[in-house]
Design a protein around this ligand. Structure first.
Ligand code: SF4
Ligand code: SF4
Ligand code: FES
Length: 219
């Protein structure tokens, strides 16, 4: 075990442990949207988990850092908050908010982050992109690309659960969407194991159970 200091608090942790995970386990909340503790190589795609580390000239994503003995970390500096607020507002400018119809409404990670950062949920600084992206169909669920925040968690979860990625990221920038790699195939021939792990793991309910197929099968 080694000792690090986060926001003035001394924490003991395994050398090489994931810095974000160590902070979360020790009651220090750092906003995060694309990280799962099972990830050996986090993607760092949301940029919400920024922190300052002594000796480094700019904030870094804590999910991509490993604990080192003597590390001194600050999670709430002016620069960290400034960058997090910009990143969050940019992300929200591309997120179709439809809270009353959203399964995440009662445990919404975006609302938690907005509150933590002291910003409004809906972007005011950036123009809303209003991505007009069609719902994608899978026999068991609908993918709602306009709600998707492109955190890529579902890709990892699917790979973990099935040993191969049955979802994929296609297109670029704000046109990017997650789609089922098996889209259009006969349901009986899909490699999908129907585990629904991606549905459970999506932080914004952009993958929504589509019960018709189950009902049809059980009829
Ligand atoms: S994830 Fe759902 S509940 Fe949260 S802000 Fe978006 S639409 Fe609203
Ligand atoms: S569908 Fe959900 S889990 Fe997958 S990238 Fe979009 S927001 Fe993330
Ligand atoms: S949680 Fe670290 S970049 Fe998303």
């Amino acid at each position: 075990m080694v000792a690090i200091v986060v926001d003035g608090k001394t924490i003991e942790a395994e050398e090489g442990a994931n810095l974000l995970q160590v902070c979360l386990e020790n009651g220090i909340y750092i906003p995060n949207l694309c990280f799962l503790k099972e990830m050996e190589h986090p993607t760092g795609s949301c940029r919400m988990c920024l922190v300052e580390i002594d000796g480094e000239d700019k904030p870094v994503t804590s999910c991509m850092r490993r604990v080192q003995d003597g590390m001194v970390v600050r999670t709430d500096t002016e620069q960290v908050r400034h960058l997090q607020r910009i990143d969050f507002q940019l992300l929200m400018s591309a997120h179709h908010m439809d809270c009353k119809n959203c399964l995440s409404n009662k445990h919404c990670e975006l609302k938690k982050i907005a509150k933590h950062l002291g910003v409004r949920l809906k972007a005011t600084k950036f123009e809303e992109l209003g991505r007009d992206l069609a719902v994608l169909k899978h026999p068991l669920f609908d993918l709602l690309p306009a709600r998707c925040i492109l955190c890529r968690k579902c890709l990892f979860i699917c790979q973990q659960a099935n040993g191969e990625p049955l979802l994929r990221l296609v297109r670029k920038g704000y046109e990017s969407v997650i789609e089922a790699a098996c889209e259009g195939q006969d349901p009986e021939e899909l490699p999908c194991k129907f585990c629904m792990a991606c549905v459970k793991g999506c932080p914004v309910s952009a993958i929504v159970p589509y019960s018709t197929y189950e009902l049809e099968k059980s009829a």
